[in-house]
Design a protein around this ligand. Sequence first.
Ligand code: ADP
Length: 597
Amino acid sequence: MERQRLIQWCAIWAAAIVVLMTLGSRVVTRSYLAEGSERTQAALRLTTDGLIGHLRRYEALPRLLAEDEDVRAFIADPSDADAMNDWLKSTNELLESSDIYIIGADGITIAASNFDLPETFIGEDFSYRPYFTEALAGRDSRFYALGTTSGVRGYYYSAPIRAPDGRNAGVMVFKIGLDAIEGSWRGTDIGIFVTDPEGIVFLASDPGLVYATTLPMEPERTERTAASRRYSDAELMPLDHRRGERSGFATFHTGGREYLERSATMPGADWAVHALLDTGPLLAQARLALLAGVLLLAVTGTVGGLILQRRAQLAERLALQAEAQELLEQRVEERTADLARVNSRIKTEVTERRLAEKELRRTQADLVQAGKLAALGRISAALSHEINQPLAAARNYADSAAILIDRQDYPRARENVVQILSLIDRIAAIGHHLRAMARKPNQRLEDLDLAATVREAVAIAGPRLAAARAEVVLDLPDLPTVRGAAVGLQQVLVNLLTNAADAVEGTGDRRIEIDATPGDPVVLRVRDHGPGVPTGIADRIFDPFFSTKQGSGLGLGLSISYNIMKDFGGDLRVTSHPDGGAVFEVVMRSALRMAAE
Ligand code: ADP
């Protein structure tokens, strides 16, 4: 995408450069030529004005000199030429002209400022010069020529000298040099040349051009020029040139070069002044400007392209960032929504769990209760046996007692009654235990000091322990308070202690060790060093009426204890110690945790 845009950009700029090269080249060239042409025109005007000004400065002088009384007297009587010569010389010096001389009516020079120089004009015949003939005819005249005597180019002004009698008896000639003004044209890039009406160059900033002819030298022209001897013996060479046009501007081609040409006719002199400006540097400048333009365009294009590229990259990056930001926000929103959902689900689950726990506890209690009832059902047969057996025995004792009373054997009858009482007690005990077992627990649970309860239980079981000569070893660390009912827990502990006493009675090691592990749950262990519980009956010892103690045991102690512990939310377990003896574990819930719940 971005690459495509860059390629498009490059193509547009390349096209722009090509168009600019073609169109621009014409426009730029034209503009430079126009500027050059204007400059040439300005130079031409300056040159022409300068030339006119220079020539006009001397215009009036010949007539002024010709009308001098002494001059007029001299033309009437030219016998005393010396004074005139001196005067002409000093006047010439004063006016900074080239030469001043007087020509007699016959065309022979009779006085001259250069009278004392080897190339003096005195005696020279200038009758062929137009300025002489015209002045003699009474008109002021001007003429440009190469001096035949002096070999110096000059501009000749002439005026008729009227003799005192009024006729034109001579001509006053005033010649100025034009080298200085020609010299002032040099030093610039604009070339100047001046042509006479015959097309002959007689003034030029380039000395090589002087006496070149710019018009075809037709015989009449050559003749006219030769007649005036304007250019004396100078060789007139045709100038190899042609005129043309470039971008609407007149051009002049010579010497293998092309020049812009501006020309003007000099008023009052029949001269054409030409200004030339070499087009080479102009075209070079135009090419340079064009090149600079193209370079500038290329640079601008490159910079523009780079800026475009950077902007596109930046825009893309920003868009990506915005997209990423949006995505992030979307994700955060989704996550937040997820979390909120999870949170509410957790809350629901917690509520559900609490309810389930509550339900479970109720179900558990119901189950325990149901278990008890089921147990009662299961034991009904055993129960009838347990009750019927002492009942039958009691009946037998009662029958015997009746017979013994009849025989008046009261002591034995009394023994039988004692036996009957014992049997009644046994039945009563069964009844008591069964009541306890069948009842639904309604004792309130409380925070119990386990160690204290243990000590109380040890005290209660004291006589039995003493009878069995059992030795209780307590190892109770700092125990947390536990949840339970004091009477129930005491009942359990007394039961365990009694069983332990039974187990160790008559054995070598009669230690009963009680220790506990704090935490939650709190585990209290009662270990004896008796024979232990054989694996085969371990899972049955908590059943009601299970007893291995023939005749002396009801088999209800552990069953009732187990149920009490379950009522507390705890447990009662049995294991065998690796070193022998039974270990009963009383598992209690910590009061702290209960409080936390
Ligand atoms: P009882 O003591 O009247 O027999 P229990 O329910 O208290 O009834 O005990 C059931 C049986 O568990 C006992 O008969 C005995 O076999 C076994 N038992 C209980 N405690 C111990 C013990 N410390 N060591 C060995 N066996 C035990």
